[in-house]
Design a protein around this ligand. Structure first.
Ligand code: ADP
Length: 487
């Protein structure tokens, strides 16, 4: 079908978290920056793109209503477990984008965390949110062309849409797009929530039976389009190693599956304007970076010497992120000259391991076990190297942020890390998830940092110049939206 000349595209973007309102991980960066980048594309007149993109997230208790000028809009009922339940809708406008915040009732706002202890509880919250978001469109009389859902939390909306579209003229032309940020989280345990909202299991020959009742796999069967957050990850999830039993389905979905590398928000992540830094700097004023490094050494009571390589880890402490490899690796090279500041929180075993490393090597290691965005910025802006040894990494943002700040990534060659880092040019990659491979790459870094100063300076410049802004990828999303609408 031909694309009309002025082709207004309406997209409802659904996510569990969005920066700056609430952030737990990279999903918040994505949801806070892709819609903005798409709006900017439109201003730069991308073809005849006229885009109306609105974002809905759950009204989590931690979201500060006053700070963001969030106003109550209206309420309406939806059916849950055969009974009417009230949906409360709030809204604000930020950077010309409309955000909707949806809550079940006041009580839910009292729960401070975005994700609850079990998938059964989270499922209840996110299924409600997803179904209410679809219903919200009717209340607004706003017929979206695309429902863009993200991960299992909002996959419920994709399933519901596929179920009702045939018989509901309001949604007859609406298409769904599902972005996979992490296939490992499928929403198992939330089966009851599917039943509460009358979402029927999806039967599909390539799906293992356990997956027929889990929101992410179900949505992967029925979504009109599927995006994995990097081209490599889009390929990896077709293999048994990374597909977790869904590889046959993903292969079968064929051209419906594409890989688009995430970008980062260059306005937010800008060392020349980042007020969290002791000193702002740019590619032309890199000396200020050294000042930031020394500040970190002083602050964390480490020996003060800009010649000592300062390494950082900024990460959720989760099995996926491979932090155990680093801890074990550093035990065997603790005599090397380095300093390391670990910023992370999550799994208590991994937290203990990091703490133990600080106890074992007290003159070199600091473990800061919390989520601290300000400190994260200071580490990006002062450390020389960031370690990202992930077992798997759908995209990863920390390597891109770090490069923008002139902090080189040393990462496992997997998923989006592989797609965004060129080893020896703007960072260091190692292949196997093995201590020896990691140590070899780390020694390579040490040689360049200490002995090949020109190469080091060049690599740092290369990293800072590498373009990881959203522009290219936002164009890919815009093309995909158009294609879905036209199909
Ligand atoms: P994931 O989404 O898998 O956690 P990403 O690399 O995609 O990993 O994104 C992580 C985001 O969370 C980055 O913006 C990073 O700076 C931030 N982050 C991770 N851990 C912390 C922490 N302990 N304190 C502050 N920010 C953190």
């Amino acid at each position: 079908m031909a694309i009309e000349k002025s082709d207004k595209l309406k997209v409802l973007f659904l996510a569990a978290e969005a920066d700056p309102f609430i952030k737990v991980g990279g999903l918040a960066d994505y949801a806070g920056s892709l819609p903005k980048a798409l709006m900017q594309l439109q201003r730069r007149s991308f073809g005849n793109l006229e885009l109306d993109i609105r974002i809905a997230i759950p009204f989590h208790g931690r979201i500060d209503r006053n700070k963001w000028g969030i106003k109550f809009l209206f309420d309406f009922p939806i059916i849950e477990k055969g009974k009417k339940t009230k949906v409360r809708v709030f809204s604000t406008i930020l950077g010309r984008l409309t955000f909707y915040f949806i809550s079940r009732q006041q009580r839910e706002r009292s729960l401070k965390s975005a994700y609850l202890e079990t998938n059964a509880k989270s499922g209840r919250k996110f299924a409600f949110f997803s179904i209410a978001s679809l219903e919200l469109l009717k209340c607004l009389n706003w017929k979206a062309d695309i429902i863009h859902a993200n991960d299992w939390h909002t996959a419920f909306a994709v399933i519901k849409l596929a179920q009702i579209r045939k018989n509901d003229p309001f949604f007859s032309k609406t298409k769904s797009l599902l972005t996979i940020h992490n296939l490992a989280y499928m929403g198992g345990g939330s089966e009851k929530s599917l039943a509460d909202f009358e979402l029927n299991p999806v039967y599909e020959a390539t799906l293992p039976s356990w997956a027929q009742k889990q929101p992410l796999p179900m949505a992967l069967v029925v979504a009109d389009g599927i995006v994995a957050v990097s081209p490599s990850y889009a390929q990896e999830i077709k293999t048994a190693e990374f597909g977790y039993g869904l590889e046959r389905l993903i292969k079968k979905r064929g051209n419906a599956v594409s890989g688009i590398l995430n970008g980062i928000d260059y306005e937010k992540w800008d060392p020349s304007a980042d007020m969290c830094l002791e000193r702002q700097y740019s590619i032309h004023s890199n000396d200020n970076r050294k000042f930031n490094k020394v500040y970190l050494q002083k602050y964390f009571h480490l020996p003060i010497d800009a010649r000592i390589p300062l390494i950082t880890i900024i990460s959720r402490l989760d099995h996926q992120k491979g932090i155990d490899l680093i801890v074990d690796g550093f035990k065997s090279i603790k005599k090397s000259v380095f300093q390391m500041i670990i910023l992370g929180s999550g799994n208590s075993d991994l937290e203990n391991k990091c703490q133990q490393l600080e106890i074992d090597i007290p003159d070199k290691v600091r473990a800061i076990l919390k989520f601290d965005p300000r400190l994260a910025d200071q580490l990006y802006g002062g450390a020389d190297l960031i370690l990202i040894p992930s077992r798997f990494e759908p995209c990863g943002l920390t390597q891109m942020i770090a490069m923008r700040y002139g902090c080189l990534p040393l990462a496992r060659s997997v998923g989006g890390l592989k797609d965004s880092i060129r080893s020896g040019f703007n960072g260091f990659l190692f292949e196997e998830f093995a201590i020896l491979d990691f140590i070899r790459a780390f020694r390579h870094f040490l040689v360049i940092f200490k002995k090949e100063k020109k190469t080091w300076a060049q690599m740092q410049q290369n990293a800072m110049r590498t373009d990881h802004s959203w522009e290219k990828s936002a164009r890919a999303y815009a093309r995909l939206y158009r294609k879905l609408k036209a199909d």
